[in-house]
Ligand binder design. Structure first.
Ligand code: PMP
Length: 438
């Protein structure tokens, strides 16, 4: 087993040395910091040895700035999903020493002034992006959207209250099932018999007269159906799971009692869940509500009741800044529409070689499920695409086929490359010259 010598070992052996050429401290991202001065000591060399006893270490990766675009794949994963390159580079440049604070965001006290400035800026940028009024609280929570499936009925209704659900796919179905534990939900429409390929016209639906809220999933990540207009419930509030289309287009927040979203698709890494809730709905949680699920606790403490997912919130903040830089959600939506159009056109124009089962008027701009007419070619499609650096195209295990998730951060170039690949794949396999298939 080779013994590895870490840069730390060398520096500690002779602190008089200016840091070595290959030291991580010479990494361009740290040159603006004064970390090097720590080693500009005049003390005698010390003989502390902290040679790693581990196996040979993997070399420290070259900083991303020096890597070419080719080093990154086009990642079509449904979430965690691709993040804007600019945001990753910015996070990288601030990773070691956040804006001269001498600390990484990961090391900061969540109650210190540095982190407070980060969370406040993230909230204020999100308010600007979605035009959220002061009537609403914005909460940065943990536990994923799945935790909200329980938190919502626990906070908004009593155990015997009726609530309505429109079930357009797996996620609204899961939300419905969890709500059964804390309320009396009823499904007023389900797309199950049509394999979740539709969204109902709201005018034709009958709500329960005493329903306290209507729950919808704005975009079903697995099935690829997305609301184009949001319903106005006749009874109760509108509650929406926007996990997979959050910040992908402008939304009139004032139509909703509550919007929730896991961050890991459009706005950041996993670990952060955002809840936007009308303030007058806060403070009526059922008695059994765990403290961590009580919106009042989090609203009263500005999302700092306990240690929040600090680094994730910081990353969301960088994404919000980036979305504002792009011109806000009106511009972002234009780009998303263009990407989706190119992909759906390629599917629809393939003479049935590729198929998207979703009704055209409600196809998602974010998650595009498709199948191959010859389903036996699907594994080959996914394998060949991966060779071309297009990864995570396999459909959800419950649905099969393929799924291309093309969230905000998926560049147009990624979709264009996928479409070109699809055309090539069709031509190649149609002429029977795919070597591995002969
Ligand atoms: N709702 C939707 C629409 C989702 O896509 C997901 C995750 N894929 C969830 C809820 C569950 O989110 P989490 O894994 O963050 O709990």
């Amino acid at each position: 087993m080779a013994m590895a010598t870490s840069p730390h070992t060398l520096l500690l052996k002779n602190p008089n040395l200016t840091p070595l050429k290959n030291s991580i401290f010479n990494n361009p991202i740290t040159t603006t910091t004064n970390t090097n001065t720590r080693f500009n000591l005049t003390t005698k060399p010390i003989s502390i040895k902290c040679a790693a006893t581990s196996q040979t270490q993997t070399p420290i990766q070259a900083p991303l700035q020096t890597q070419s675009h080719q080093d990154r794949v086009f990642n079509f994963a449904a979430g965690p999903a691709t993040l804007p390159e600019k945001v990753l580079l910015k996070a990288q440049s601030e990773l070691y020493n956040w804006r001269g604070s001498g600390m990484s965001v990961m090391e900061m006290s969540h109650r210190g002034k540095e982190f407070l400035s980060i969370i406040q800026k993230a909230e204020s940028d999100l308010r600007t992006l979605l035009n959220i009024s002061d009537d609403y609280s914005v909460l940065f929570l943990q536990g994923g959207a799945t935790t909200q499936f329980a938190a919502i009925p626990l906070n908004l209704v009593n155990p015997n209250d009726t609530v309505d659900f429109i079930v357009t796919g797996s996620w609204s179905d899961k939300a419905f099932k969890e709500a059964q534990k804390y309320s009396k939900p009823s499904i007023i429409w389900s797309g199950k018999s049509e394999k979740y390929t539709k969204i109902p016209s709201f005018h034709d639906l009958e709500q329960n007269p005493d329903a306290k809220f209507l729950h919808i999933c704005a975009n079903e990540t697995i099935h690829g159906v997305e609301y184009k207009d949001y319903p106005s419930p006749k009874n109760g509030l509108l509650v929406a799971d926007m996990s997979s289309n959050f910040c992908s287009k402008p939304v009139d927040v004032s139509k909703f009692g509550l919007i929730y979203a896991g961050a890991q698709k459009n706005v950041g890494p996993s670990g952060v869940t955002i809840v936007i809730i009308k303030k007058d709905l806060i403070g009526n949680a059922q008695e059994i509500t765990p403290v961590m699920l009580d919106y009042k606790i989090h609203a009263d403490n500005n999302s700092l009741y306990n240690t929040p997912p600090c680094y994730g919130i910081y990353m969301c903040g960088l994404v919000f800044e980036d979305l504002l830089d792009q011109g806000g959600l009106v511009e972002v939506e234009k780009k998303n529409k263009k990407k989706a159009e190119i992909l759906y056109n390629a599917i629809d124009g393939s003479n049935g070689f590729y198929r998207c089962p979703v009704e055209k008027s409600v196809r998602s701009l974010m998650n595009v499920p498709f199948t191959l007419e010859k389903s036996e070619l699907e594994a080959e499609f996914i394998k060949e695409a991966a060779k071309e650096n297009m990864v995570q195209l396999k459909g959800h295990r419950s649905v099969g086929g393929m799924r291309a998730s093309i969230y905000n951060a998926m560049p147009l170039a990624g979709v264009e490359k996928l479409v070109a690949f699809m055309k090539d794949f069709q031509a190649t396999t149609s002429f029977g010259i795919s070597a591995s298939l002969q």
